[in-house]
Design a protein around this ligand. Structure first.
Ligand SMILES: CC(C)(COP(=O)(O)OP(=O)(O)OC[C@H]1O[C@@H](n2cnc3c(N)ncnc32)[C@H](O)[C@@H]1OP(=O)(O)O)[C@@H](O)C(=O)NCCC(=O)NCCS
Length: 190
């Protein structure tokens, strides 16, 4: 009797990361390299030097105004999302955070990790008392555009000269999301 091949279910996990172990830093850098190489490295077009990348991630976890969320597949960090809090002086926008650095390494895509990551981000951001998440993305990032729109992010604008990659100008989209019921109508200035 031939043995049936066993299905191995990957373990998916998303969490906020406040400290970096050497192993996590290594995985973060590997995941970033893979994302940059596949053309979606949140701004990086060419592979950054390893030392620069390590300093970048160490800086992210050190900055009080930045919160780092990571996705793990079988314990290995494979994706991230960063929340940038409003600066202290910006009282008028103290209700809003900016979401950036969203990516999942190509080898970990398709498991629903980015959706889990953004659901955690939204839950934590709302718990912390913020009510708006703003973000922007290149129009060519079709998976990300689909993801954000399916999560209820509203496209509020376009930037015709948003990015330049290999001398090609790429349009960008701006999105926003209310984390609670939006006000019935905006207050008019008259
Ligand atoms: C966008 C990204 C994070 C999605 O990661 P992921 O973990 O594979 O996403 P998920 O498995 O959670 O799937 C999310 C949704 O995207 C959809 N999707 C995946 N690839 C897609 C593609 N090429 N085109 C359209 N939709 C796509 C999935 O079907 C899923 O939608 P559904 O739940 O309605 O079926 C990943 O593709 C990525 O890192 N892209 C490059 C970086 C990037 O664009 N970042 C955004 C900059 S702000």
């Amino acid at each position: 009797m031939s043995e049936q091949p066993q299905m191995i279910t990957p373990v998916l996990r998303v969490e906020q990361l406040e400290k970096l172990t050497p192993a996590d830093l290594n995985d973060l850098c590997d995941a970033t390299d893979a994302a940059v190489e596949s053309g979606g490295g949140f701004g990086w077009v060419a592979l950054p030097a390893r030392e620069l990348l390590e300093r970048y991630w160490q800086g992210v976890v050190t900055m009080p105004a930045r919160l780092l969320y990571v996705a793990r597949l079988d314990g290995v960090i494979c994706g991230t999302a960063q929340v940038v809090l409003p600066p202290m002086n910006n009282e008028a926008q103290k209700h809003a955070v900016h979401l950036t650095g969203v990516f999942v390494a190509p080898w970990a895509r398709g498991y629903g990790l980015s959706r889990l990551l953004l659901e955690l981000v939204e839950e934590r951001v709302a718990q912390a008392g913020y009510s708006v998440i703003n973000l922007d993305v290149r129009e060519t990032m079709t998976a990300a555009v689909h993801l954000f729109e399916s999560l209820g992010y509203e496209r509020i604008g376009e930037h015709p000269y948003y990015a330049k990659v290999d001398d090609r100008i790429i349009k960008g989209y701006y999105y926003t999301k209310w984390l609670e019921a939006p006000p019935a109508r905006p207050i008019s200035v008259s």
